[in-house]
Design a protein. Structure first.
Length: 410
């Protein structure tokens, strides 16, 4: 093997990740190529050790294996290892490693805990997995355009395994399995369970034994896409949108079990889709909307224009009927509006005589028309905006007809 790409194969993915085996490769491999195997060590803290620089390699490995306080267990990449040290390492318990030796060590093969691979003739000495058993691994690699995408897919499997382990502790059964592994063909579930069992050191039966699991449609295929709703919220008004995101993230922290979320669902747009599919199937809860309209996070005071935007958003989300009256009012602004309304009513109550001042009467009608238009603009929400043009045409036609009639009379 002369390139690191050669190590990105179904066999190495199966050995290092799904089966969690130790691997011994010989003869010498360039380190930059050997470390392509780190792609399959997700869930571990990789530690590099050069045996030629360490006279007490065995003691170091024993200490590190028994005193690892990291959240992730250690996996050792050990290189320049001679035959004697390989044998010593193989005798250790609880070690997880990839070893590269410069010597011919065929005769050290013993069991299947350490898989031996002869790089020179590209053969495994004690690994006889059938080609048909590597279908899942082959699919993961062939469907990945680069190693970064492949790494993401392996990370997703690791997250699924963590969820399985967590739910198993809480529930004591695996009836939740279809919810977690819904993205994968059922024939591949045993691969993920094998990884879960090996990585977390727990005993799990093969998937074929889970006959008690109720058949369930793939939840992923039944998910609805609520991206359009989210776009309405974010694009209508920046102040209202920012407040919504803050509340959304706060809701996730207080009300959602993070173990149920995929990585992408920690981001607001995907989180909203998750909530609408699982928690908010009938729409955004009323208590959430009431808190949203208070704008407590930003402490931003809604203007009349903002309130209209809010009303429009609520209407488009199907929430207007129950929530339109909950928008907070600015007392000072409300008082000013009331005063202006009273002044307008007072002035319009003084109707001039048609006979004495026709022009003033016509001007009054035109002023009333403008007042009505402003009233409709400020009062009618989106639901009624569909009727606004019709209403205004009717009002304008009536008033202009009255003016025309008066002109004809005089």
């Amino acid at each position: 093997m002369d390139t690191g790409i050669d190590f990105i194969s179904p066999e190495f993915l199966n050995i290092l990740f799904f089966q969690q085996k130790n691997l011994i490769i010989y003869p010498y491999v360039d380190l930059k190529h050997l470390h392509f195997l780190e792609l399959f060590t997700i869930g571990y803290n990789v530690v590099n050790l050069d045996s030629t620089a360490l006279h007490n390699l065995k003691e170091i490995l024993e200490f590190e294996s028994n005193n690892n306080y990291s959240q992730s267990p250690s996996l050792f990449f050990i290189y320049n290892v001679d035959k004697k040290k390989v044998k010593e390492i193989m005798d250790l318990k609880g070690i997880h490693c990839v070893i590269n030796s410069n010597e011919n060590i065929d005769d050290l093969v013993n069991g299947s805990k350490f898989i031996f691979f002869n790089k020179k003739n590209k053969q495994f000495l004690n690994y006889d997995t059938l080609d048909s058993e590597l279908e899942f691994e082959r699919g993961l690699i062939s469907s990945s355009k680069n190693k970064e995408i492949l790494q993401d897919k392996i990370q997703k499997i690791k997250i699924a395994a963590t969820r399985i382990f967590t739910e198993l502790i809480h529930q004591g059964n695996l009836n939740f399995l279809p919810d977690i592994l819904g993205d994968y063909d059922k024939k591949y579930w045993d691969h993920i369970l094998r990884f879960t069992s090996s990585y977390y050191d727990i005993n799990l039966p093969d998937i074929g034994d889970f006959k008690e699991i109720p058949s369930k449609e793939n939840p992923k295929t039944n998910k609805k896409d609520f991206s359009e709703e989210y776009d309405i919220i974010l694009s209508s008004n920046k102040y209202i949108g920012k407040e919504f995101i803050q509340l959304l993230l706060d809701y996730r922290t207080k009300r959602v079990n993070s173990a149920h979320l995929e990585i992408k669902e920690f981001f607001p747009n995907n989180l909203y889709n998750y909530l609408r599919n699982h928690h908010w199937k009938d729409g955004i809860p009323e208590d959430f909307v009431k808190e949203w309209t208070q704008m407590n996070y930003s402490q931003y005071t809604l203007t009349e224009s903002d309130k209209l935007d809010f009303e429009n958003i609520l209407e488009q989300l199907g929430l207007h009927e129950s929530m339109s009256l909950s928008l907070p009012c600015n007392p000072t602004e409300q008082a000013a509006n009331n005063k202006k309304t009273k002044q307008t009513l007072s002035s319009t109550n003084k109707i001039p005589s048609i006979a004495n001042d026709l022009n003033k009467y016509k001007q009054l009608l035109l002023t009333q028309l403008e007042d009505i238009e402003q009233f409709v603009d400020k009062t009618f929400v989106r639901k009624t905006l569909k009727l606004k043009p019709y209403i205004m045409v009717k009002i304008r036609t009536y008033l202009l007809k009255e003016i025309s009639t008066i002109n004809n009379l005089f």
